[in-house]
Design a protein around this ligand. Structure first.
Ligand SMILES: [Zn+2]
Ligand SMILES: [Zn+2]
Length: 276
């Protein structure tokens, strides 16, 4: 017996967790990759932030490192499961133990604390003494695809998954609240590495919307390296002045290109409607 579980049960639990986490990765990144990089590649090229496509070897590396990172994530998730079983965490299983208001609060708290955790650990990993040992692998993608979402060196994977044990020991949290965070985190992570900008023109300049990050924001981080460190929100980058000086211009450049590409069609539609 290890941690009160037989070796067989531990292996089954780990295998199940790894299967579920990998499936989530494939379900989030796969369809977007198929649409943007295979099926509608030419039609959607106008939305492409960097006007080129990465070579296949980069995509294979992104998938390989992501699957390696997910094996580490699964190990930590299994350890959290064991810790909960032994009553060491603040997790609660009975939904009625806390109010529905608290449930929503815990989801928002998880996301906001993770946003801060990510910004500061990310900046620390850019410190030149440790950068090449920990974070360089993620930056091997200078023009990332959705598959790069978890393409980390194993040491970085440990840092990235560190938020999970931190949160379950910090505040009472229901597994469903963790699932909400996981879904939001996966969606935003894949969006940040999409390589295509889908938010509308004016989003980065909007009074409220400017506080939310975009695909361009993280794409510029991969291209330019020492800027745009944030994950979900543009709070820390904005107040600490670490946004790229031309972030808004780069974002609008894509939007202008899309508009210009759509104009001949609009003209043609107008001509056709006038002819009728
Ligand atoms: Zn980085
Ligand atoms: Zn990235």
């Amino acid at each position: 017996m290890i941690f009160g579980l037989s070796l067989h049960d531990l292996v089954v639990k780990y295998g199940h967790t790894y299967g579920m986490i990998s499936l989530r990765y494939i379900l989030f990144a796969g369809p977007l990759f198929l649409v943007f990089y295979v099926w509608k590649k030419k039609d959607l090229f106008k939305f492409k932030i960097q006007q080129k496509f990465p070579e296949n070897k980069h995509i294979i590396r992104e998938i390989g490192y992501s699957l390696l990172s997910l094996s580490i994530f699964s190990l930590v998730a299994t350890l959290v499961f064991i810790a909960r079983k032994h009553g060491y965490t603040k997790m609660y299983i009975n939904f009625g133990d806390h109010s529905i208001g608290y449930f929503f609060f815990s989801v928002i708290a998880f996301i906001l604390i993770h946003d801060t955790y990510f910004y500061w650990t990310h900046r620390a990993m850019h410190w030149k003494r440790i950068y090449r040992y920990v974070h360089k692998v993620h930056h091997m993608s200078t023009d990332p695809t959705p598959w790069a979402a978890f393409a980390f060196h194993p040491l970085e994977a440990i840092v990235e998954v560190g938020i999970l044990p931190l949160m379950v020991f910090l505040i009472p949290i229901h597994p469903l609240a963790i699932l909400c965070w996981v879904l939001y985190q996966s969606g935003m992570n894949v969006l940040g590495h999409l390589g295509f900008e889908l938010f509308p023109s004016g989003f980065v300049g909007g009074t409220i919307t400017k506080w939310h990050n975009t695909s361009t924001h993280h794409n510029m981080h991969h291209k330019n390296v020492n800027c745009n460190y944030g994950l979900y929100y543009n709070f820390w980058d904005r107040i600490l002045g670490t946004n790229h000086a031309h972030y808004e211009d780069e974002f609008e450049k894509v939007k202008t290109r899309v508009k210009q590409a759509n104009e001949p069609e609009m003209e043609q539609e107008l001509t056709e409607s006038l002819a009728n």
